[in-house]
Ligand binder design. Structure first.
Ligand code: MOS
Length: 738
């Protein structure tokens, strides 16, 4: 079925112009308006979200008297007085809610920090003061907060997700038994939180039957439909505005209880209500990266050819919503395995529901696979870069579907040359510089090329300028700028003359800003609109860009407006219709007939002080092939952020849990460790050219979630190379090396 796209005009190189993000100056000078800054009609009231003080049990009493007595308090919403709400599901259940549980559903407490009341007052201070005086009494039981806690329930993922299939490709056990070298190891990754600088906020007001929401969002159409379902109102009466997002990384994709609570509060008092979750509440009323455990068995023959791959993943999730990110079907496609067996389990306990966090499935699963790859290469006495190259594949071994393009080997070569990999002495503890033990490690990075249907309205004006409107989102990736570039090169217009509007549910629907799908999906719809405009201007099909530029310049009639639309191969019209209803329809990665991934290679130098065990990362190199790069400047920024995030994941980030109380301990950005400037030294990024005309109109692959995948495996291997110690649980801290 290979549907080949023939881009018009076909770009000569695979790199677009490195133009700066057009909103950059406005953002750094504070001129840009974020959702929480938008004006509202009249004086707003302020909502304080009250969250539970226990992790498991039930509310047995609420004493509101003292809270209501605080001057300025207008309303207190709890499960006892909230109106009936409609049901919504999590992403795992086909919806977009953060949890299957409805807002303020009842007295049951399912996790620490569960929202249990909203206090609305004339001032923020009054609402907060009242929150101290609102007394809840509980019947409390012991929570089961993590793997191994008494009372957790482990189930095969298939029990809760009928679409999930464990992989049984040939006989992995037999292949492993016949292997010359086998690694059998367990790996663990921690709970992590997004900690975007912009807090989670919602401003809600009603204009008759119309609800207006100012809320930072990765999917304004999804938010509109989800809240309409919860409040049981017509979605056409919901207007969501989210012009800029101050950090999302997955955390602003799902719909939390905060939104419905703000809308109900505003309705009750007949005034706009602003609700901001405090930094600690952001850890619990929203989601996080799931904690995972892995057992990997990986084998190769005497010559270093991979044989069997057996991977069991267990993800920690909540009791109320069996949310999972999965991902083993993707690692199973990575190398020329002769036999594969995968099993995904969930473990349910008394915690809030996990959600997407930058490369949700890939970060934990690739960490485990690539760690085992490094360990197996060492066991077989083969250089780990060479080991990956000799086990390259052109097809997904499990179903035989060919890769549309795959440049892992080119990335490995480019990174190795730049890094100087050939100078690595393979023996652990063999490289040193004074008191510093030096280690070099490497890993593969990958991310599925995913896409969603999209629309985009493009208006061409008589003066040769244009306007693009689409309810997509720029979550800091450069999407505004790239949409203008796509239209510019398709119509022969300077991108500086193209205005782009996004992040508003009044615009025609665009995809959820998740799964690294925005550039591919939005530019494909923009390209369709531009082709329609060219046709309307009388440009013959197949004519080059000069003919389009001339037609635009010669345009004399009134302004022209068209709706572009694009449906990726393997999806149909129904997928686009579902998006009009706020649904999420994503395709790509492992398909039946084709396999689509972006790849990268990462090499890192780690230095461990022999006396203090302090771990430093003086340099890291990443070489990436992501199809056509629309804008090398914004792409560089994504790769840079990804590599730093990867270092963070390997050495810094972990949400600590109080095992007795089931609470997050370091729920603030003072104690939740992320790298500071002093932790990040030399970061080198190489963009490897790659042309792929099969994936979408402009041949672009999503890259926003590519570079932070694999980094932890490279760093833990470098730590082993420096010290001789294998650390199989993230993050690696000084105490692990004592
Ligand atoms: Mo991103 S974690 O795919 O929203």
């Amino acid at each position: 079925m290979a549907q080949d796209y023939n881009p018009v005009p076909q770009p000569k190189a695979n790199m677009g112009q490195p133009i700066p993000r057009y909103e950059a100056v406005g953002k750094v000078t504070g001129a840009k308006i974020y959702a929480d800054d938008l004006p509202v009609p009249g004086k707003p009231a302020y909502g304080w979200m009250v969250t539970s003080g226990i992790a498991k049990g039930r509310i047995t009493g609420i004493d509101e008297a003292a809270a209501r007595a605080v001057a300025g308090v207008q309303a207190i919403l709890t499960y006892r007085n909230r109106p009936p709400l409609g049901e919504t599901k999590t992403f795992a259940g086909g919806g977009l809610a953060i949890t299957d549980r409805a807002p303020l559903a009842g007295p049951e407490i399912e996790h620490d920090g569960q929202p249990i009341a909203l206090i609305v007052a004339d001032s923020f201070e009054a609402a907060r003061e009242a929150s101290f005086r609102l007394k809840f009494t509980y019947e409390e039981s012991d929570p089961a907060p993590t793997f191994g806690s008494e009372g957790v329930v482990e189930r095969p993922l298939g029990e809760v997700n009928p679409g999930y299939e464990p992989i049984r490709f040939k006989d992995a056990d037999a292949a492993l038994a016949a292997s010359a070298h086998v690694i059998d190891a367990e790996y663990a990754t921690p709970t992590q939180h997004h900690n975007a600088i912009e807090l989670f906020s919602t401003t809600a007001y009603w204009d008759g039957p119309r609800l207006v929401l100012h809320e930072p969002s990765q999917y304004v159409w999804g938010l509109k439909h989800t809240i309409a379902k919860q409040l049981q109102i017509d979605p056409d009466n919901v207007h969501v505005v989210s012009p800029f997002v101050g950090g999302a990384f997955g955390s602003k994709g799902a719909v939390t209880h905060r939104t419905a609570m703000a809308a109900l509060g505003a309705k009750q008092i007949g005034r706009p209500v602003k609700v901001v979750a405090m930094r600690d509440q952001g850890f619990t009323h929203n989601g996080h990266r799931q904690e995972t455990r892995h057992r990997v068995r990986l084998g190769c023959d005497a010559a270093g050819r991979l044989t069997g791959y057996d991977h069991r993943q267990s993800e920690f999730t909540s009791r109320v919503s069996p949310y999972s990110n999965g991902g083993l079907e993707k690692t199973a496609a990575m190398y020329a395995f002769q036999a594969v067996k995968t099993d995904n389990y969930i473990v349910q306990g008394d915690r809030n529901v996990p959600t997407f966090m930058r490369s949700p499935a890939e970060v934990p699963t690739v960490y485990a696979l690539e760690s085992a790859m490094n360990e197996l290469a060492a066991a077989a006495g083969i250089d780990p870069v060479e080991f990956r190259k000799m086990n390259d594949t052109r097809v997904n071994p499990v179903n035989g579907a060919p890769y549309t393009s795959r440049s892992l080997n080119e990335c490995l070569d480019a990174a190795a040359e730049s890094f100087g990999w050939s100078r690595r002495n393979p023996a652990p503890r063999s490289m040193r510089d004074g008191d510093w033990l030096v280690g070099w490690g490497c890993s593969m990075a990958m991310y599925p090329t995913q896409m969603s249907p999209s629309t985009a309205r493009v208006t061409l004006r008589r003066n040769g300028s244009a306007l693009i409107e689409v309810a997509a989102h720029d979550v800091g990736t450069g999407c505004y700028t790239i949409a203008a570039q796509a239209a510019g090169e398709r119509l022969g217009i300077d991108p500086g003359r193209i205005e782009v509007r996004m992040g508003d549910s009044r615009y025609p629907p665009g995809p959820i800003s998740g799964g690294s799908i925005s550039t591919a999906s939005v530019t494909s719809a923009v390209a369709d609109a531009c082709d329609k405009l060219a046709a309307q201007l009388g440009v013959p099909e197949g004519a080059g860009i000069d003919a389009r530029r001339a037609a635009v310049a010669a345009m004399t009639g009134p302004e022209l407006e068209v709706l572009g639309r694009w449906i990726p191969p393997s999806l149909d019209e129904k997928a686009l219709e579902a998006m009009y209803d706020g649904g999420v329809r994503i395709t790509g990665g492992n398909l039946e007939e084709r396999t689509m991934f972006a790849f990268g290679a990462e090499m890192v130098e780690v230095r461990v002080n022999e006396r203090t065990r302090e771990i430093r990362v003086p340099r890291i190199t990443g070489a990436f092939a992501g199809g056509r790069i629309m804008n090398p400047r914004t792409a560089h920024s994504q790769y840079l952020g990804g590599l730093i995030w990867g270092i963070s994941s390997a050495l810094h980030e972990k949400t600590e849990i109080d095992m007795r109380r089931g609470r997050y301990v370091n729920d603030n950005i003072a104690e939740y460790l992320i790298p500071v400037n002093a932790d990040i030294q030399q970061v080198d990024i190489i963009m490897v050219p790659e042309v792929d005309n099969e994936i979408n109109v402009l041949g672009v692959k999503g890259i926003g979630e590519l570079a932070n995948v694999g980094t932890p495996a490279a760093i833990t291997d470098a730590v082993w190379h420096a010290t001789g110690k294998r650390i199989r649980e993230l993050p690696v801290r000084i105490e692990d090396l004592l």
